[in-house]
Each structure stands twice: as structure tokens, then as C-alpha cells.
Ligand binder design. Structure first.
Ligand code: C2O
Ligand code: CU
Length: 465
């Protein structure tokens, strides 16, 4: 082979293998179980290949392997804990059987080191979801314990190769580019914006290339797996349209303008049909745009239709607004906030008690939760309307377990689209009104998904009986 041919072949090959995102799908074993093991692994987080970080992972992968099932299917996961610390797995956003919700201390005992726990549930709704550790989440998630859970539509909108999952994570790295776990749990971080990192990865990779094909429709499933980082993403900058939030698809695509705030635990589904081959940056547009991945658009002769049919939205129970029970959800505390009003375990917090208890945040004046005192008890089928007000100086991403809710009003502005969510972002001063049908029996958490905030008080629970 002469040099030119070899060169030509090399570049052709290079083209064919243009660094596709690593495929990280998980297959079932013979018994129909997905096998998921929490274990340590060493991987690079920054693009310095020899600077490895000590991580806690599912199956040694970062993010955890992609679990894909079809809507309505029964999911069986055999989970093994090979870490030295108890843990559990929460299936975020699934209207799940309470016993399978994976909240250590509320819905199950933590899975002890060496132990196995079988998760077995029906996943009713198609969409983009994720799973993550739910014991000491503030410590376990930012070490790597999170992965995507894709509930595929019965008739997928696009072929597999055009259905792209992007797990966005931020990391606290030290000056060597290695995970700085020493910074975890610091009162300074907890009482401010939470454990904000200083580096971003997509699917565990630093500045990856993501292959798209010109003229073809792609579905992008974005998952913000960060511990506290609100990402600003502007789909219009790469020609994408919004088709859903938090697993729930809209009736039709929405062309957005400008940045969308994308809070921890939220998901954003997009569609995009790139016009031509080339490189398109994927950026965080908070302040100066920061590229943390690139779309490599491959050339292609044929062009698909201009429109694409969205999957059928999920059939969620509609809140009965006129009969709703209205409850306040007032977020208080934190640095530069009114800490003096917080009650923790029946005792008013003040002075040095904040540092001793590490409780800085509260909901309705109460820091943390008491097992015998739910925030509220709903009768199964009752519509609950929460009137939230963020009286703190920081944003919060409030998540409700086991249910999806509709966002009715933001700062007095009626939301006609009534978007479904399982996590909503409340900026400083925001008043957000949401409603949902409490139709899933059991004990459910409601907490801030800035995981350090949840650990330091912004967490409570409610019961559906
Ligand atoms: Cu994503 Cu309580 O969790
Ligand atoms: Cu918060």
C-alpha cells in the first residue's frame, strides 16, 4: 500500500470513527434483570488522561450505564453495593411504587456494603429520566453515582442512532484536574449556592464530540446530573427545538429564544435536524459562552421531512384546580437570608447551632424532616396546590417524588402551557404555583435538588393515604 493510499484510508477511517459518544447501554441478564453494581473506579474527569479521579460508579462506568426500557414495561434491577458506605438507588421522575422509590430511611433501609437489593417496578410513562444514589446524596452523587433511565415510546420517534442521551455533570476538581472530595460537605458551599463544581462533562467525558448527521432528525435527551449547577442552555444556538421537560413531551415542538435555565435533576428533550456538515459547539451560556461538547455534523445526501411527529404525551392525572387544597411552600434560610426563623427538631436554631447541626435551610420555617410529622397528608386522588415562595438569596430546584405536577403560575403570570415537571426552579424572590393529583400512595420526599441544600435542611416529606 503506498503512502497516499494509506493516508487516504486513515483519514477515511478517522472519519468513520469520528469520536462517537461511547455507547453505554446496559443489557438484561437471563433472568430479565439489569445488573447494577455500585463500585469504585478511577477515571479522568479533566482532559488530562493520566490524572485519574477516585470515583464511585455504577458498573465502573461514568455516567452509570444507560437503562432503556419501553413505556409500561416492568423493570427489574438487581442492585449490588460494593462500596464501603450504605447506599440506595432512586429512580428520579418515575411515578413508581413507593417501596421501590429508593429513598434510604424513608422507603427502604439503605443497602449495606456487600448487600443486594432487587428493584422491581412498572415504568408507566415514556420519557427521559435518570437514577442516582439516595443516601447521603450530597456525597454520593457528585462522586459519580448517577445514570440515565430512558423509557422509550412504544413507537420511537427516531432510530436508535439518532436518539442521543447527554448526561451533563459538573465536578469539583482540584488544580490537578482531579475530583476534590475534600471540598464536599463544606458549610460554606451548603449555605450558599450548593456544591458548585468548576468543570463540566457530558456522559462522563471532558469536551466530547457528539456525532449528528446532516438532514436527519435527532432527539437529544439532556439530563442535568449536577449537584447544584444551574446550566443555561440555548437550543436556538444549535438549531434545536424544545419538545419536553422532565420526561413529559409537549404536543408540538417549541422554538425558544435565548437561554433556558436548566436546573439540577431537570431534563430537557430537544429535536434537531442539522442543515449541513460541520462543527457546532454545545455551550453553557451563563455569561461568556463556555463550550463543553461539540456536535460533529456528518455529511449526508438525503434530507428528511421538515416536520416530525412527536410521540403521544403521557396520560397524567389532571389536577382539579377548583377542588385543590392550597399549601404554602416557603423556602427560607441560607447565607444572606433570614436564618433566625428556623426550627430544627422542635428547637429554634440560632448562633452556633447552625454550625453544630449544619442546618441552614428550611421549608415553611422547619429545617430537615421529622419522621412522625409529614409536611402534609393527602387523601389519595386529592389535588394539592403548592404556593411556593423563595425568600432566600439563592435559586432552588424543588423536586417532588412519585408525582409529576403542572406549573400553573410564575410570579403571578399564568402559565397557559401548564408544563408538567417533577422539578421546578425557583429563583430568588420567585413565587411559583404548582398543582398535582396526589394519587400515588406512600411516603414521598419533597426537597431541593441542590443536594447540599437538601442535606442541610431543605427537605421534607408528605404522605398519600
Ligand atoms: Cu433526584 Cu430525591 O431525588
Ligand atoms: Cu436549594
Amino acid at each position: 500500500m503506498n503512502v497516499n493510499r494509506r493516508e487516504a484510508l486513515k483519514s477515511a477511517l478517522a472519519f468513520a470513527v469520528v469520536p462517537l459518544m461511547p455507547s453505554f447501554a446496559l443489557a438484561k441478564n437471563d433472568g430479565g434483570f439489569f445488573e447494577l453494581t455500585a463500585q469504585t473506579a478511577r477515571k479522568p474527569l479533566h482532559n488530562v488522561p493520566d490524572k485519574l479521579s477516585e470515583l464511585w460508579t455504577y458498573n465502573g462506568e461514568l455516567p452509570g450505564p444507560k437503562i432503556t426500557i419501553t413505556a409500561g414495561e416492568r423493570v427489574k434491577v438487581r442492585f449490588k453495593n460494593m462500596l464501603d458506605e450504605p447506599t440506595s438507588v432512586h429512580w428520579h421522575g418515575i411515578r413508581i411504587d413507593n417501596a421501590m422509590d429508593g429513598v434510604a430511611g424513608l422507603t427502604q433501609e439503605p443497602v449495606m456494603p456487600g448487600d443486594v437489593f432487587d428493584y422491581d417496578f412498572i415504568a408507566p410513562d415514556a420519557g427521559t429520566y435518570w437514577y442516582h444514589a439516595h443516601n447521603m446524596s450530597w456525597n454520593q452523587v457528585p462522586r459519580g453515582l448517577a445514570g440515565p433511565l430512558i423509557i422509550q415510546d412504544k413507537e420511537p420517534m427516531v432510530p436508535d442512532a439518532q436518539d442521543i442521551t447527554m448526561v451533563l455533570s459538573d465536578w469539583i476538581l482540584d488544580e490537578n484536574g482531579q475530583l476534590n472530595t475534600a471540598a464536599f460537605g463544606s458549610p460554606g458551599l451548603f449555605s450558599h449556592g450548593g456544591q458548585l463544581g468548576n468543570w463540566l462533562t457530558v456522559n462522563g467525558v471532558s469536551l466530547p464530540d457528539i456525532s449528528l448527521t446532516a438532514g436527519k432528525w435527532h432527539r437529544l435527551r439532556l439530563i442535568n446530573a449536577s449537584s447544584a449547577r444551574v446550566l443555561d442552555i440555548d437550543p436556538s444556538r444549535f438549531g434545536a427545538e424544545l419538545i419536553g421537560y422532565d420526561g413529559q413531551t409537549f404536543l408540538k415542538p417549541v422554538k425558544t429564544e435565548g437561554p433556558l435555565r436548566f436546573a439540577p435533576a431537570q431534563r430537557m428533550d430537544l429535536i434537531v435536524k442539522p442543515k449541513e456538515a460541520g462543527t457546532v459547539p454545545f455551550e453553557m451560556v451563563t455569561g461568556k459562552p463556555f463550550t463543553f461538547a461539540n456536535f460533529i455534523v456528518l455529511p449526508n445526501e438525503s434530507v428528511e421531512e421538515n416536520t416530525i411527529d412527536l410521540p403521544q404525551p403521557n396520560d397524567l392525572p389532571l389536577p382539579e384546580i377548583s377542588a385543590a387544597r392550597l399549601l404554602p411552600l416557603v423556602m427560607v434560610g441560607g447565607a444572606m437570608g433570614q436564618l433566625d426563623q428556623l426550627v430544627y427538631k422542635g428547637e429554634e436554631l440560632s448562633g452556633s447551632r447552625f454550625m453544630e447541626t449544619k442546618q441552614f435551610w428550611g421549608l415553611n420555617g422547619v429545617a430537615g424532616m421529622e419522621m412522625d410529622k409529614p409536611y402534609f397528608t393527602a387523601k389519595r386522588g386529592e389535588t394539592i396546590m403548592l404556593e411556593s415562595e423563595n425568600q432566600t438569596a439563592w435559586p432552588h430546584a424543588m423536586h417532588i417524588h412519585g408525582h409529576h405536577f403542572q406549573v400553573l403560575e410564575i410570579n403571578g403570570e399564568v402559565q397557559e402551557s401548564h408544563v408538567w415537571r417533577d422539578t421546578f426552579l425557583a429563583e430568588r424572590g420567585d413565587k411559583v404555583r404548582i398543582a398535582f393529583v396526589a394519587d400515588n400512595p406512600g411516603k414521598w420526599l419533597i426537597h431541593c435538588h441542590m443536594l447540599g441544600h437538601a442535606a442541610s435542611g431543605m427537605m421534607n416529606w408528605f404522605e398519600v393515604v
